[in-house]
Design a protein around this ligand. Structure first.
Ligand SMILES: [Mn+2]
Length: 171
């Protein structure tokens, strides 16, 4: 039997102060913890957007960036990114690059669950065929990055709040 997934708890300065079970940390009063977002591109320069599974605890059914995750205690970002790319989308990624090192956000979903993360943003490239895990991803699309930025700016309510803020900061 696998261990419950754990996340790294952070203080206000971003220093690690402990660990918690992922399921227990995401509540209506979520403690600050470590995560990442990844924006995956194909060789044609399109970016992958995904629709979160309807069964997910937070932001079910919401369109968002390619994938996100929480580095396990002691796990590198590179390793966590490779792990989540495989688990969520069945892809391998290369050319992983940190594009928003200081991204941090707090957001409340429609059910009242809070995300509260130090969440550096990465980009990566894949040549894989996307084969989503249905417990994580309901649908996906490859889109023109400028069209996505325009859509998110015009209709921010149709996307995850973190994606909208990331696109704004990426300019
Ligand atoms: Mn989280």
């Amino acid at each position: 039997m696998s261990q419950p997934e754990q996340v790294v708890l952070l203080d206000e300065s971003g220093e690690a102060i402990g660990v918690a079970d992922k399921i227990a940390v995401h509540t209506t009063d979520t403690a600050l913890h470590l995560a990442f977002s990844c924006h995956v591109y194909n060789e044609a320069g399109q970016v992958l957007v995904t629709r979160r599974a309807l069964s997910k605890l937070t932001w079910p059914g919401v369109w968002t960036n390619s994938f996100c995750g929480h580095p396990a205690p002691g796990e590198s970002f590179e390793s966590a990114i490779a792990r989540r790319a495989a688990d969520e989308l069945g892809i391998t990624v290369s050319g992983v690059e940190l594009i928003l090192p200081d991204f941090r956000y707090r957001a409340v979903d429609a059910s009242g669950i809070v995300e509260n993360e130090v969440c550096p943003v990465y980009r990566a490239v894949t040549t894989s065929v996307v084969n989503p895990n249905p417990s994580e991803v309901a649908e996906f699309a490859w889109v023109d990055p400028d069209a996505l930025a325009t859509a998110a700016q015009a209709a921010p309510y149709a996307f995850s709040p973190w994606l909208g803020w990331q696109l704004t900061q990426l300019g």
